[in-house]
Design a protein around this ligand. Structure first.
Ligand SMILES: NC(=O)c1ccc[n+]([C@@H]2O[C@H](COP(=O)([O-])OP(=O)(O)OC[C@H]3O[C@@H](n4cnc5c(N)ncnc54)[C@H](O)[C@@H]3O)[C@@H](O)[C@H]2O)c1
Length: 414
């Protein structure tokens, strides 16, 4: 097995004692009132970045999208063009981007933070999150960030520090696990927590879907350009499918249980992907048995298999019944829009201070822990996983360097 995935379970990072995962309590102090036009900058101008900015405009008035940053100029230009051509009433007057506020390159994220934007919307691939969000909070910006928040325990520990710093600075930090912004989920979770199905005895969660994409290398691309454009296929850029997508489902059970699992046993592998570069070093299926502190088990199933039976859901079983976690309520608004309404209202002081950084870090870490247990074939505790000396993201990114990947993890060889 690749050295970098070895589980150094006994190597505790003493400094990480900070990561006790004390939940940032919901603070009823309003954020500083901010009633003027909020200026918004987007880092990561791909599919979700464009979508998140659009959702933010749909849900809020008195905001303006003024700045864009992406590692690739073509992605930035496409996004700018789409934003500037949006005609709907709900977007009118909300896009005002000039050339001086467009930044491309590896340092684009730092340059956009030097502008006078109030809010950052972050939608790069997951590997960049701990570094970029730390920089955004240091620069005094409110943040909406997509999930997952990191790809390794080192990244999670860094993100937790940032979430804590955001609170100290009264900066709102909201995260893209949007099921928590769905009224159907909110009402159902509340009913479950109030006892509607009795005591919870078990849960199961699925993300069985297809491989989102994989690209062949183009001769004109540097190695790093290839890695970043093909980001869904390297563990260091995306975290593997259990972390990248299945976090959404795991997050719901963590929410209902009010905590994260303490233990996991897992398996998985790579059933169909040929050993071709475009498929990178990811596995294509994971099965995990997570255990919560009260002994309740969550069975988790995630895979990227094409032309197969696909299913994405969360289900809990109680002593008096069962629930799909969103079946005792109704959606009143698109949750992707609602999450941006919640953030902007909190920034303006119209709603309580909002910081969902720790809860999303916990769910990201739960998925990382499942992946670590599967790659190694070892049972793993939360503390061992969180404190593991595992950092898989290269420290410096350079167009002239190469970033070889693999070998594909093999359990029992760690
Ligand atoms: N909440 C959801 O339902 C949901 C849905 C889709 C995607 N997402 C998340 O959004 C993120 C992005 O996904 P996507 O589908 O938009 O991918 P994408 O490839 O379409 O967009 C990612 C963008 O980030 C840019 N980028 C890469 N590295 C960068 C860096 N270091 N600095 C600046 N820009 C960089 C890329 O060039 C690209 O334009 C992922 O983490 C994904 O999980 C969330």
């Amino acid at each position: 097995m690749n050295e970098k995935f070895k589980l150094t379970r006994r190597q505790f990072n003493k400094a990480a004692a900070l990561a006790t995962f004390a939940v940032i309590s919901k603070n009823m102090d309003a954020a500083e009132t901010n009633s003027g036009t909020l200026k918004i900058g987007l880092i990561g101008c791909g599919g979700r970045g464009f979508g998140a900015v659009k959702d933010c405009m749909e849900g809020n008035d008195n905001i303006k999208i003024v700045a864009l940053a992406d590692v690739f100029d073509d992605r930035l230009k496409d996004c700018r063009k789409k934003l500037e051509s949006m005609q709907g009433r709900m977007y009118k007057g909300k896009v005002d981007i000039d050339d001086g506020h467009c930044f491309a390159g590896l340092d684009a994220y730092r340059k956009i933070l030097e502008t006078d934007i109030d809010v950052v919307i972050h939608a790069t691939p997951p590997f960049a999150r701990p570094l970029h969000i730390e920089a955004a909070i240091d620069a005094g910006k409110h943040v909406f960030t997509e999930k997952p928040l990191a790809v390794d325990p080192a990244g999670i520990r860094r993100f937790i520090k940032t979430a804590q710093k955001a609170k100290e600075k009264n900066l709102c930090l909201h995260t893209g696990t949007q099921r928590r912004s769905s009224n159907a989920y909110r009402e159902t979770v509340k009913k479950i927590q109030d006892g509607a199905i009795g005591d919870i005895i078990a849960a199961r969660v699925y993300w069985n879907g297809e491989l989102p994409f994989s690209h062949d290398r183009k001769p004109e691309w540097s190695d790093l350009e290839y890695r970043l454009r093909n980001w869904y296929n390297q563990i260091w850029t995306c975290g593997d499918n259990i972390v990248e997508q299945h976090i959404h489902n795991i997050d719901i059970i963590n929410w209902i249980m009010g905590t994260h699992p303490v233990k996991v046993v897992a398996s998985g592998g790579r059933a169909w992907k040929p050993r071709e570069e475009k498929y990178g070093d990811l596995w294509d299926h994971f099965e995990c048995d997570f255990e919560y502190p009260n002994g309740v088990h969550m069975f988790s199933f995630s895979r990227h298999w094409n032309n197969s039976k696909n299913d994405v859901f969360e289900q809990v079983f109680g002593t008096k019944g069962k629930s799909m976690c969103n079946d005792m309520g109704k959606d009143t608004k698109n949750p992707y829009v609602q999450e941006h309404i919640d953030l902007i209202q909190a920034i303006r002081g119209e709603a309580p201070y909002l910081n969902t950084g720790i809860e999303c870090a916990e769910s990201t870490m739960t998925a990382i822990m499942g992946r670590m247990a599967a790659y190694t074939g070892q049972e793993l505790t939360w503390d061992d996983a969180l404190n593991a000396d595992l950092s898989i993201v290269p420290e410096d990114l350079d167009w002239n360097k190469s970033y070889p990947i693999g070998p594909i993890p093999v359990p029992g060889k760690a």
